[in-house]
Design a protein around this ligand. Structure first.
Ligand code: A2P
Length: 344
């Protein structure tokens, strides 16, 4: 059996990766509809040797579509998700629009595939830093419950989209040529610089990105009381995110046990050579499916604490790959038809 798939945001950083993943993973595509804004009208994209025109999204775009993979921002998802579901499609959404909605499962296939079965037409793909952290931390949590997580992130430009990646490259060129870098997408120059994540701050001084890591991890782990805090920072890296994670366990978990668990964990590759001081780096994680984890070490400040470092491709596992894995899960488990429709 094969399926009619629509990509909403087909011209973006994640949309482009969705296209390559569908082809690379031989997803059973019967028909592919590529949707974007009117700005992209006339753009032709090649998929499996076929030239497909990009269409401006409209209310009728979802007729005869089985699966929508959406990555065109929250407001576009809000405008079209219920229309797609009413037309009979499952809407797998990369935006944050529905992630915390009680009727919408928030799925990382390596962590909580079972909740996909409860969908009511919309399934949310978590935030990228959350996905990468969850893939690495959940296998440990399953064996030895985690009490508290303290995360610091080093996030690449790709999180802000394709134009943001171009902006950083242009800024680097401008600075090297002795010119003033231009900022349009980002509030400050990112090339040769870094800044705390530029999402809105709450009353407690946490930015939205940090609260996504907190709230989404609690939902995905089904641990509403999990203690978790994060500091999110944008760094001048193009497409892979890095994270320093401190974990406090309820019981002691040794470094050897943690390393053993992670070397068996789905979606994780342990990369560490202490003798050579070689550990995960964004350049090694870019274009790869696995989350690279290393520097697994005892926290010298806490007997039940471990430290680890990870890098993962933000566009791939942090977004497009996770969404395609959700689609694969729905197909494999025959879950495309919702039992009822979400009231979002
Ligand atoms: P377009 O290229 O026509 O602007 P990125 O995350 O890399 O910035 O990409 C965002 C994606 O979402 C692009 O494909 C973009 O299309 C699409 N998009 C943005 N706004 C809209 C909109 N209002 N309607 C449909 N697609 C949109």
């Amino acid at each position: 059996k094969s399926y009619s798939v629509a990509i909403l945001g087909a011209t973006g950083a994640v949309g482009t990766e969705l296209l390559s993943l569908l082809e690379e993973r031989h997803f059973p595509v019967a028909q592919l509809r590529l949707l974007a804004s009117p700005r992209s009208a006339g753009t032709i994209v090649t998929f499996a040797g076929e030239n497909i025109p990009v269409e401006p999204v409209s209310d009728r775009s979802f007729d005869d579509i089985d699966i929508v993979l959406a990555s065109a921002g929250g407001s576009t998802s809000k405008a079209y998700a219920t229309k797609a579901v009413a037309a009979g499609a499952v809407f797998i959404d990369n935006s944050s629009a529905f992630r915390m909605h009680p009727d919408v499962p928030l799925v990382v296939p390596e962590v909580n595939p079972q909740v996909a079965a409860t969908h009511k037409g919309i399934i949310a793909n978590p935030n990228c830093t959350t996905i990468l952290m969850n893939v690495a931390v959940y296998p440990l949590h399953q064996v030895s419950p985690v009490k508290r997580i303290v995360a610091a992130t080093y996030q690449s430009a790709s999180g802000a989209g394709a134009r943001a990646m171009e902006e950083v490259k242009a800024q680097a060129q401008a600075i090297l040529a002795g010119n003033t870098p231009i900022t349009e997408i980002f509030p400050y120059p990112l090339a040769f610089n870094l800044f705390p994540h530029n999402t809105p701050l709450n009353d407690q001084g946490y930015c939205e990105e940090e609260m996504k890591m907190v709230n989404e991890t609690r939902k995905i782990f089904a641990e509403p009381q999990l203690q978790i805090t994060a500091t999110c920072v944008r760094v001048p890296v193009l497409r892979a995110h890095s994270e320093a994670i401190n974990l406090e366990f309820e019981q002691c978990l040794s470094v050897a046990e943690a390393k053993e668990i992670l070397s068996q964990a789905p979606g994780v590759r342990v990369v560490e050579d202490f003798a050579a001081n070689y550990f995960p780096m964004p350049i090694d994680a870019s274009g790869r499916d696995e989350v690279l984890v290393g520097r697994i070490r005892q926290d010298i400040s806490h007997p039940r604490g471990l430290e680890l470092w990870l890098c993962g491709d933000q566009i791939r596992k942090g977004a497009a790959l996770n969404a395609v894995q959700i689609a694969e899960l729905l197909v494999a488990k025959n879950l495309l038809q919702p039992s009822e429709v979400a009231a979002v």
